[in-house]
Design a protein around this ligand. Sequence first.
Ligand code: PLP
Length: 406
Amino acid sequence: AEQWQSVPLAPPDSIFQLTAAYKEDTFDKKINLGVGAYRDDDNKPWILPVVKEATRILLSDETLDHEYLPITGLPEFTSAAAKLILGPESPALAESRVATVQTISGTGANHLGALFLSKFYQWGTAEKRVWLSNPTWANHHAIFKNVGIEPVEYPYYDPKTIGLDFTGFINTLKSAPERSVFLLHACAHNPTGVDPTPEQWKAIAEMLVAKKHYAFLDCAYQGFASGDLDKDAWAVRFFVEQGVSLLICQSFAKNAGLYGERVGALHVVSPTKETSVKVKSQLSVLQRSEISNPPTHGARIVSMILNNPSMFEAWKRDIQTMAGRIIDMRKELFRLLTEELHTPGSWEHIVNQIGMFSFTGIQPAQSKALISEAHVYLTGNGRISMAGLNTKNIRYFAESLDRVVR
Ligand code: PLP
């Protein structure tokens, strides 16, 4: 028989399919709210000014070469990245209990973290399982399945309130077997934009500790959510203080606009320095067999920004520019729907949700109608990327949304 003929044809990735359909559409008012990448008010990708500056400095530096980085990454990058997420005062950093490895952005951090758990987590006789929020970033399911860990779901989003199903979530933490692994979005939950409040995070941490669960923290949007790097890292730092067993997946794709450069890190926090040394040695072995060495360019850019005080301040301003524009779009959409158009239904969630995405709460048929009747592209679950809205198209979007929900 012919080689590979029994390979089934996989469906195309739904987000990339959406973008392709958008590109083919010739309607002048078309809007793409599918893709999770920042756009400026002219709907253009935005290179952060501080990234431009760092790139210019790197390009003129004749001492730089294209040699391999160490297996675990650029040391100035990994140490600064750990400080950024864990905080300069982190007890775990002070006690040298954090093993950090530079990864292929957040996806690579998720993969390496999952692979490490698959090999070394004390599963005992229990099945290898990870609890994922319902819903979550679709890739989480695939990443864990790839390393032989079965994804199971905990309640998270409540369609009735378009908010958090806190009771369902806490009850699952309570009823899951001890030492279960829970994946949590550190801030700006994708796809819902719904985050726990600080009080709710406290209750979650308490339950994680009481049940000795492991927290697999995915942090793809630090700074992007509130505009403040420290505020968006609050839950991570609080968990570390409370002694929750955890690892963190960190991405610089969104907050530095370095999507294609693939800059990220995995941080595994251990109870002692001795354990941390062993963990890092095994992460290094895994990394070697997967990618040998992480890429240099993006790590050099981020390292320069994190380690240079004035560039760090400039970066914070750039982050505020992005987060601020998104927050403005939330407010404007809310105003248009409630004050101008008097659109039926409640729209508070548009301003309460956080980060790049918003769950509008509309039905799949209404999402479809937005695409086919208004040329507004969004995923079937009603998720919109706020970054796709701007001062020029937001009224057209609000009017289109108003039309499909009436
Ligand atoms: N985790 C979540 C929840 C995400 O939304 C994303 C990006 O969309 C990622 C991780 C990883 O993205 P990247 O690999 O581009 O850093």
